[in-house]
Write a protein that binds this ligand. Sequence first.
Ligand SMILES: [Zn+2]
Ligand SMILES: [Zn+2]
Length: 465
Amino acid sequence: MLFTTLGETEEIGASCHYLLMDETGILLDAGADPEKEGLDSMPDLEVIADHPDWPLDHVVVSHAHHDHLGALPLVTKTFPHAHIHMSAATRQLADILLPASARLQRRKLKEGSTTVNPLFDEDDVEASSYVYQAHPLEEEFDISGLNALYDVTAEFFDAGHVLGSLGVMLRWEEGGKLRKLFYTGDTGSRNQTIIPGAAYPDEKVDILLLESTLGADPIAETVTRRSEEKRLGEEMAKVLKRGGTILMPVFALGRGQEMIALIDRYKRRGIIPEDVPVYTAGMMRAIADLYDKTRLNTPRLNDEFQVYGVSQQRLPRSQSALNEVLKKPGIMAVGSGMMFERTISNKIAQQLIGNPKNAVFLVGFAREDSPADRLLQAKEMEGDVDVVLSNAKGPQPMRCTVDRFRFSGHSNRRELLKLVEHFEPEKVVLVHGEAKAKEWMADNIRYFHPDVEVHVPAEGETLEL
Ligand SMILES: [Zn+2]
Ligand SMILES: [Zn+2]
């Protein structure tokens, strides 16, 4: 089979991989880079078009994060005959997230914050959403190409990352032999607060397509969820006691809901006062609603828990109301998680980082040089430091507490290595990680599993596997 990555490979951006098995062409994920715009943010679909003998028959979307889903409307526009597969929950999330992405592109152009024309509009998104096919976990389905001589099948397994996330097992015949490839998607093997850890198939595979997000994070493997949970509760209590506001930049899908569940636990256990207001905003609220609606038919640790059962208020939009809110102790769990410019968490941070009573607590992955990462860098420096959250605003003094807690929905790098042990693959292809993360993973797989062939493909490079 042939394998090519169509998204960027030096950092975590658009996740999108093309596979060709015999005559069947499959795309694993159709992600876009949240920090870029227009075609720059998209995977290079031209690579497929440049090869007349590369069909595109099926697309599998592992989960609804933008870096795995955001290019789907472009893919369906470019390849209207392709079948699109995902979990039922991802399909419902896509119906919230993709129209929002179309609206955002239009708004940016209107506001003049970009000159890039939208790649798709809400009509495109709605038209294509009818053809998305939802499949349950652990049920094999056919994913063979139109001209395929041999069958290819797919089976979804819970990836333990966010609502609806899955890993996929592909099985096909090649040279008279059954071959298997498992794609992890983004995966978390430990229980979170709402979502249980992944349920991997107990099967040896030929090829493991492995995410590497936390491959360069040596701290994540030294902490336990329990120790981080305890530390965050204690730190929150300190800030609230001194009358400060806590900003928790979160991803609207996943970290946001998990943190609300955790805040609820702190309140019930008396770790923080019960009457401290919790503010949420935007898409996170619609997604929380979907978490609740799907709680009986998607994997849960406690199917009675409802995110909306936790008292929360809508973050006020007007500056005067916001100023009032900032005067009293409170917790704001708002997106984006990496605090990209023009997002709510970035705007709020600009207002509160100058005051030492406040705190910014980061609870997810922060990509290098994202505003969240800049805050973490500034925290390491001595004395009075300035930090740039917004290029328009320029450097501003950072006086508040900044801390990082490992609540990622991703497996740490030791857990990722365990997957190599679990699946006993002949070949591992490392994807979805910054260069140094993949380097650590590759070195360690080669050290602990010298018989395994390790590939770290560059964007557009074709591997024969
Ligand atoms: Zn993800
Ligand atoms: Zn991802």
